[in-house]
Design a protein around this ligand. Structure first.
Ligand code: SF4
Ligand code: SF4
Ligand code: SF4
Ligand code: FES
Length: 222
């Protein structure tokens, strides 16, 4: 067993457990996006950043889903440094995917009231959930990442439905962008035009039905 300290409390967990899972066992919630239970961890989105204390005045930020526990680790999941970094990550993700209801809700929970980056809807946050689901759960591997940098995207080989595809729909179902899309027309400061993250979703006066728009973003089921 490995002993570490999370938010001031000592905890003992099995070797191989991630910091995210150890915190979860203690009832501490850390936001996640590319992480999905049952899939391998990817450590890409950085929404799950936590502060790792390395000395009296030294610490670093690490993705908790991809960080295995180590003896004596001291973790702060809710420090100002961690919260500020996570907010910045969510702002950047919303700038590239403003219709994601998951992201808009996350922004609301974090108290983000403005996106400071230029909005360019790419319809994908490159979280890799669909790719890992296809490969690890469906044993298909019909889709994967292609391209680099800003042209990186999820695609099939040669842009055609691959023979390995079982048409299960899992790649769309697991996508945090497709699952529930905000259908409000205008973004205000990069945030959902209706609720603006200022009011609980159920009281949104002009809600156009995000809860009924499952799959509205329209990623194809390859
Ligand atoms: S629909 Fe096809 S590409 Fe999508 S997860 Fe299922 S097998 Fe993979
Ligand atoms: S299509 Fe969806 S699940 Fe796949 S990488 Fe993009 S955002 Fe993630
Ligand atoms: S409540 Fe309305 S405005 Fe808010 S996310 Fe849903 S559709 Fe968009
Ligand atoms: S959930 Fe940890 S990096 Fe994405």
């Amino acid at each position: 067993m490995i002993e570490l300290t999370i938010d001031g409390t000592k905890v003992r967990v099995e070797k191989g457990t991630s910091v995210l899972e150890a915190a979860k066992e203690m009832g501490i919630t850390i936001p996640t996006l590319c992480y999905y239970p049952g899939l391998s961890s990817y450590g890409e989105c950085r929404v799950c950043l936590v502060e790792v204390v390395k000395g009296k005045n030294r610490s670093s930020l690490e993705a908790s889903c991809a960080m295995p526990v180590e003896q004596g680790l001291v973790i702060r999941t809710n420090s100002e440094k961690a919260k500020k970094a996570r907010k910045l990550v969510v702002e950047l993700l919303i700038a590239s995917c403003p219709t994601s209801k998951t992201l808009q809700d996350m922004a609301s929970n974090m108290g983000i009231n403005r996106i400071r980056f230029k909005i360019k809807d790419r319809g994908c946050i490159l979280c890799g959930r669909c790719v890992r689901y296809c490969k690890e759960q469906m044993r298909s591997g019909g889709i994967g990442f292609v391209g680099r940098g800003t042209s990186r995207r999820v695609a099939t080989a040669f842009g055609v439905t691959p023979a390995e595809c079982r048409n299960c729909g899992g790649c769309e179902w697991i996508c945090p962008v497709c699952e529930r899309a905000c259908t409000a027309n205008n973004l205000i400061n990069g945030l959902c035009g209706g609720c603006q993250n200022l009011a609980p979703v159920e009281t949104c006066a002009i809600c156009t039905g995000c809860s009924e728009s499952v799959g509205a973003h329209g990623h194809t089921v390859y």
